[in-house]
Design a protein around this ligand. Structure first.
Ligand code: ADP
Ligand code: MG
Length: 470
């Protein structure tokens, strides 16, 4: 087997792991440069290509090479600039990565009518400016977005470029896609392009490789609004910055709306050329901050309503209090509530929320507040015990005498007694009208067990923790 055959065989095996697009972007010009002993060296056309393969694909490539040549156990990359200019013929592309015969059909979304070639930059229709909750903190940014949507493509632009910056999960993508969606709705003939910086870069690299850079440039120049998300991604990527710089100049000259987002203001972006940074700051800069509690609560309520989820007020409060850094957590929690509600039929409580938050973001589990201070009820004890032992709440309230039911039921009574300080009578009443002596005996039995038997003590300890007791 010669070097080419080894590489082709490995590529064929990788077809399930890398997409056609990844192949054309990162793998097409790669050659085996050397095989010596247990080591193999791959040649890459550019430094960037090399870095990319090294950091993202090292494991996949090595394991697939190994299954072609079992003796291989080390993989190295080197740059061979000559490769960049070698034309890649059709026959060099393994069949699995060849162009599909028929173009893929576009999903039937509002974006389907946009310019051919721009179809891959699909925005999510759920992001609009209308469903962006406006509070004191973000009123200015939102008003600027609104003004952009209200400016006709032919009109002189007031804020150009518009640069939104702020930390992760504060709504930058929501606003950019919201602008794109609303512009498309209002001016159906305008060509609106929303694109992430990563995708922009991949398209440019692809175009340069395939000698289609001019075509791509023309395509970008035809848009009426250009919304580029997360430009901090371009740090250190000179070639892409150059393309962006040219695109910017063309669009700006022809009075097209340009919107950028980043996690920092232009002046703080390092590794981005001064001339590009300066242009990014020519227009309006607006920063997005974490909204305060009231706005967060409104966001929780709006998003719950979108999902037709009914959340008790204390649960809404709890989420709004504890999501402090990244609003994406609100979506995550609500999706989880929706999913779990479908399965278990159990409605969310502050305690189950606390657990979800920990699951979503384990690093923050110590910061969660509100679990101990909120009023607790028999219902919460029942929910927690039923979740903990994985038995239906109705069984806890029922009269079954099976051991695997009686034990959790008596633990629930003990928690009501110890944590909620309820009387035996009150507990009996809440548990389906049982006699107070039944409750008293049950609680005593569990206490005795806990003294002698460490699993019982551990269950109680864990449940108390779930209830917010240290
Ligand atoms: P970023 O792009 O800044 O990382 P996203 O735009 O992806 O953040 O926002 C994260 C989540 O928070 C999204 O679900 C978004 O809808 C939501 N979000 C952020 N701010 C608001 C707001 N003011 N009103 C409604 N939803 C918001
Ligand atoms: Mg984003």
């Amino acid at each position: 087997m010669d070097k080419t055959q080894v590489w082709d065989a490995a590529l064929n095996q990788m077809s399930g792991k890398i997409s056609r697009m990844e192949f054309h972007t990162w793998f097409k010009k790669i050659r085996v440069s050397e095989i010596s002993g247990t080591a193999i060296v791959l040649a890459c056309p550019t430094e960037m290509n090399k870095n990319w393969l090294e950091s993202k694909y090292h494991g996949v490539i090595l394991s697939n090479l190994k299954s072609v040549l079992p003796e291989i156990d080390r993989l190295y990359f080197r740059v061979e600039l000559g490769l960049a200019d070698t034309p890649v013929g059709k026959k060099d592309t393994p069949a699995v990565f060849a162009e599909p015969k028929a173009p893929r059909k576009l999903p039937n979304s509002p974006d389907a009518r946009i310019e051919p070639g721009l179809e891959t930059r699909i925005t999510q229709p759920k992001f609009t400016l209308k469903n962006f909750i406006v509070g004191e903190e973000n009123r200015f940014v939102h008003a600027a977005c609104k003004s952009i949507v209200d400016t006709k493509p032919t009109e002189k632009k007031k804020y150009n470029p518009f640069f939104i910056y702020g930390g992760c999960g504060l709504g930058k993508t929501h606003l950019l896609q919201g602008i794109a969606n609303e512009l498309r709705g209002k001016y159906p003939n305008a060509k609106i392009l929303y694109i992430t910086s990563e995708r922009f870069m991949n398209e440019i690299i692809d175009a340069i490789k395939n000698r289609k850079a001019d075509e791509l440039r023309k395509k970008y120049r035809r848009v009426d609004a250009f919304l580029l998300d997360d430009v901090q991604f371009f740090e250190g990527k000179e070639k892409t910055q150059e393309e962006l710089f040219n695109t910017f100049n063309d669009l700006f000259e022809f009075n097209k709306q340009i919107v950028f987002s980043a996690d920092r203001p232009p002046s703080e972006l390092t590794g981005i050329s001064d001339r590009l940074k300066s242009r990014m700051g020519w227009g309006l800069l607006a920063d997005l901050q974490m909204p305060k509690f009231e706005t967060r609560l409104a966001i929780v309520q709006a998003k719950a309503q979108e999902r037709q989820l009914i959340l008790p007020p204390d649960v809404q409060d709890f989420i709004a209090t504890n999501v402090r850094n990244n609003l994406r957590e609100v979506e995550n929690i609500l999706n989880q509530i929706a999913a779990e509600g479908d399965i278990s039929g159990i409605s969310p409580t502050v305690q189950t929320m606390g657990k979800m938050l920990r699951k979503i973001n384990p690093d923050r589990s110590m910061e969660i507040t509100g679990m101990g201070s909120l009023a607790r009820s028999t219902d919460e004890v029942i929910t927690i015990v039923s979740e903990y032992f994985q038995i239906p709440a109705t069984e806890l309230l029922g009269i079954s005498r099976k051991k695997e039911i009686v034990f959790p039921r008596q633990i629930a009574w003990l928690l009501c007694k110890d944590v909620l300080k309820m009387s035996y009578e009150a507990i009996g009443a809440d548990f389906g009208g049982k006699n107070h002596t039944t409750i008293m005996h049950g609680v005593r039995k569990i206490k005795d067990l806990a003294r002698k038997d460490s699993p019982t003590a551990r269950h109680i300890h864990a449940l108390k923790k779930d209830l917010g007791i240290k």
